[in-house]
Every structure is written in structure tokens, then in C-alpha cells.
Design a protein around this ligand. Structure first.
Ligand code: TXA
Ligand code: MG
Length: 329
């Protein structure tokens, strides 16, 4: 494994080396505008299986296929509904994943054995350069250990996965910082499976109709179980007015506790995990703060859910999932 100098965006030679590694069954971590992905050729079953081993991820959790441009979509999806075409035209390249009926021959390792496939065209220039150089689909989950916080910097990937990755392309800090919005269009109804930077309102504007937020089967989509975004510290949710007092009380009980907040804590026993003022910046920095909480070996992180729609929905979704885990290691 090699990690490039984090102060510079990777050189073209490194991208060529990465593409060649992928062609030979290698695993390459690469930046996207959302989070870093752990990539393998989406046609190489052995390499795909390695992803699951390295992440410690259950084999039935499907992977997103990343492609360079929407003209490659039919290599992965058997059918492109009009709604999917319009969303792709509006938001690709960008942080949106479409769930569509899978094309014949897409490996079960990608789909988790399902009849659908998730596809997205990332916008990050390094991801684009890698995809164009490789010329085919790259399957990539977030480049973290299963159940842990997604990486938004190359350093997070190196710390979590180390030598089990063949190469980490460093493209700096991910601009959006939360995983892509996922919309399922595979069965005629649009369903939002994961909120993200492409907001429900943006999707509804393009589609011209409301989008349901629930999963009609009542079961979470694979990989959408609550614990999916948890730091080692237990995340405790509190109303904004009570969060500081909650953190102080936990500190008084002897916990190493952090407070995720815009304003610094007044209590000396509480670690302040600073949040930016704007919601976009809060989204961009959230995972960095949770990685810091892990580095500080905090037992607990007190946080408040942002109110409102848009990116607030995605932040609230990830914080709620982290909080629902209930155990603390
Ligand atoms: O922003 C992102 O989407 C990042 C970057 C690397 O692209 N990737 C990412 O991958 O977050 P991952 O594996 O951590 O989360 C992808 C989720 C899966 O957990 C699963 O819930 C959903 O996408 N997914 C993928 N294929 C699916 C399918 N066929 N049906 C339902 N859900 C699917
Ligand atoms: Mg993930």
C-alpha cells in the first residue's frame, strides 16, 4: 500500500497505476465528492470478494457501481426508466445513486444477489480520471471498516484499512462529506433510500411529483441498518437547549465526553467538537469530527439533530443512525 502526499492532488501517473492495479484484481481507494471509496473492478469476482473481506462487510450488502458517464449505464442496468434518465441528466456527475433493474451478467457480489443494481457517476476529478483511465465500472463501498464512520480524507482510509489496500489515491478532503443520495427507481415508484446532498426537494423538482421516504416492505435496505455510520464513541442525541448540560452531566459521571456544537463548551471536562455555522459545512465536517472523537478515545459524543429539510435531513439521518447503535466500544 502506498499513500500519496496528502498536501497535493494525485498525479496522472498515479491514476494510470491505479487503473492498472484494478485491471489486475487490485483494490484502490479513491476520493469522490462525497466520501472515499474502496474500489475494485465491478466485473472481477475475486477482487469484489476482497472488498468484503477487507471491510468486514456481510456479503449480501450490495455495492454501488461507479461509471465515468451516463452513456455507460446500459452496461449495468437492463432498463432506464424516463425518471432515471431525467435525474441522471440533471445531477450527474454528482452525489446521486440510482437503483435500477440490473443488466444480465452483473456479478452477484455487486448486487448482493438482488435483481437491482446501484449506479452513480461521481464528479470528483480524481474519480473521473480513474474511471476514464480504467474504462469500465468500478464497484466501491465507502472505504471504512464495516459499521464505522466513512472516510473524508485519505488519512482516514490509511488509518482504517492500512496495508489491505493496494493504493490510496489522495484527492484531499471530500467536499460534500456525506454519502450520496440513493433513490430506488427499479419498480416504477421513486423511493428515497438514503438522503444526501441531492435533496428530496431537488429530486421532486426534476420528477414533478413527491417522493416517498419509506421503504414499503418496512425493512431497511441492505447496508441501511442503524449502526452503519457509528464512531466508536456512543452518540447521544439531546435537544439543542439541553445538549451542553447533558454533556456536562456525563462528564461529571466520569465519561470522556465530546460535544458536537457550533459554540465552545463552558465545561472543562467536555471536549468541544466544533461544528461550522452553515449546514453544508456541517455536513462536510461531520465525519472528520467523529473521526476526531475516535482519536480522542471518547466514550460519548453529545449531538443535536439539525432542523429543517435539504442537507439537514441527511445530517439528521447519519446522526440518528450513529445514535441508534446503543452499545459503546
Ligand atoms: O457516496 C457514496 O455513495 C459512496 C461513494 C464511495 O460513492 N459509497 C457508499 O457506498 O456510500 P456504501 O457501500 O458505503 O453504501 C452504498 C449503499 C449500500 O449500503 C446499500 O444500502 C445501497 O447503497 N445499495 C447499493 N446497491 C443497492 C441495491 N441494488 N439496492 C438497494 N440498495 C443498494
Ligand atoms: Mg458505507
Amino acid at each position: 500500500m502506498s499513500v500519496l502526499d496528502p498536501t497535493r492532488v494525485c498525479a496522472l501517473g498515479e491514476v494510470e497505476r491505479a487503473a492498472s492495479l484494478l485491471s489486475n484484481g487490485g483494490l484502490v481507494a479513491f476520493p469522490t465528492e462525497t466520501v472515499y471509496g474502496l474500489g475494485a473492478s465491478a466485473r472481477d469476482r475475486g477482487a469484489l470478494r476482497r472488498i468484503f473481506t477487507v471491510k468486514g462487510r456481510p456479503p449480501d450488502h450490495p455495492l454501488i457501481v461507479h461509471i465515468a458517464a451516463s452513456h455507460q449505464l446500459l452496461a449495468w442496468a437492463s432498463y432506464i426508466p424516463d425518471a432515471a434518465r431525467r435525474l441522471a441528466d440533471a445531477f450527474w456527475p454528482g452525489p446521486l445513486t440510482l437503483i435500477l433493474p440490473k443488466a444480465p451478467g452483473v456479478p452477484d457480489e455487486v448486487t448482493g444477489g438482488a435483481s437491482t443494481v446501484g449506479v452513480r457517476v461521481p464528479a470528483h476529478p480524481v474519480a473521473q480520471a480513474l474511471l476514464r483511465n480504467f474504462g469500465d465500472g468500478i464497484a466501491a463501498p465507502s472505504a471504512n471498516l464495516y459499521g464505522r464512520v466513512s472516510p473524508t480524507r485519505a488519512r482516514h482510509v490509511a488509518d482504517a484499512l492500512g496495508d489491505s489496500v493496494d493504493l490510496i489515491l489522495d484527492g484531499g478532503t471530500c467536499e460534500i462529506g456525506l454519502e450520496s443520495t440513493i433513490i430506488d427507481l427499479s419498480d416504477g415508484t421513486a423511493r428515497l433510500l438514503r438522503p444526501g446532498a441531492i435533496t428530496r426537494a431537488m429530486l421532486e423538482h426534476v420528477l414533478g411529483s413527491p417522493i416517498s421516504l419509506e421503504n414499503p416492505q418496512g425493512t431497511p435496505a441492505p447496508g441501511q441498518k442503524p449502526s452503519h455510520y457509528a464512531p466508536k464513541a456512543r452518540v447521544v442525541l439531546a435537544a439543542a437547549e439541553q445538549a451542553e448540560a447533558t454533556a456536562a452531566r456525563l462528564a461529571a459521571q466520569g465519561c470522556r465526553v465530546g460535544h458536537l456544537a457550533v459554540a465552545p463548551s463552558h465545561h472543562p471536562g467536555v471536549w468541544w467538537l466544533p461544528l461550522s455555522l452553515t449546514l453544508d459545512q456541517q455536513a462536510a465536517n461531520l465525519y472528520q469530527r467523529l473521526h476526531e472523537a475516535d482519536a480522542l478515545q471518547l466514550d460519548m459524543v453529545v449531538a443535536s439533530l439539525p432542523r429543517g429539510h435539504g442537507i439537514a435531513e441527511a445530517i439528521a439521518d447519519r446522526l440518528s443512525r450513529a445514535a441508534e447503535r446503543g452499545d459503546w466500544h
